[in-house]
Design a protein around this ligand. Structure first.
Ligand SMILES: [Ca+2]
Length: 193
């Protein structure tokens, strides 16, 4: 009788452990890990512009406010962007993590407000560093260009294809004519699990 009871207790403990393990794994929450975050509240940092029409601060035209806080990046904060001013706003160097399972994805998320002339647009680009040649590759367009206009809205670009690479991100402002401007705020590069 004592032996049977001991066996029953061991089985009960083992079953309880198994159920606990199954419960823990089945309830493992999906989560997002920040790889890079910038809301521009600390200033320009290591962002830079080529053929620069970019300014940092609080806009006095358009929405007359940033999405978050008092600092955002824009192509002239108090009026129209000038004509013939193609210009990328380029991020600091970012080391993207590798993906370790099919459930993981890398996403660039940012808030933008824009008002473009009919011939003008905004495009996200990425550039990969080659450690062998110690040079940066060509800029590649990713995601869908934005045209026309939008109030503050959240954009999402999948960067999973660049996992494990060292990259720079650019917001490319393509302009023939002139009109209001474009703004960026609260930029996040996220590892989704
Ligand atoms: Ca901000």
């Amino acid at each position: 009788m004592g032996v049977l009871l001991a066996r029953f207790q061991r089985v009960s403990v083992w079953l309880g452990f198994c159920l606990l393990v199954l419960f823990c794994f089945s309830n493992t929450p999906a989560y997002a890990l920040d790889v890079f975050v910038d809301d521009f509240e600390g200033g320009q940092g290591d962002w830079f512009a080529d053929n620069g029409v970019w300014q940092i601060g609080t806009p006095t035209a358009g929405p007359a406010s940033c999405f978050e806080g008092s600092q955002c990046m824009g192509t002239i904060l108090d009026g129209n962007y000038p004509p013939d001013t193609d210009s990328p706003l380029i991020s600091p160097v970012i080391d993207l993590p590798t993906l370790v399972s099919v459930d993981e994805e890398l996403h660039l998320r940012f808030w933008t407000w824009f008002s473009y002339n009919l011939s003008d647009s905004g495009q996200v680009q990425v550039q990969v560093y080659n450690y062998g040649t110690e040079t940066w590759g060509a800029w590649e367009n990713i995601g869908i260009p934005v045209v026309n206009n939008s109030s503050w809205s959240l954009k999402d670009v999948d960067l999973s294809a660049y996992a494990g690479e060292t990259v720079r991100i650019a917001f490319f402002h393509t302009v023939l004519l002139f009109r209001d401007f474009t703004l960026f705020d609260m930029i996040q590069l996220i590892l989704d699990r």
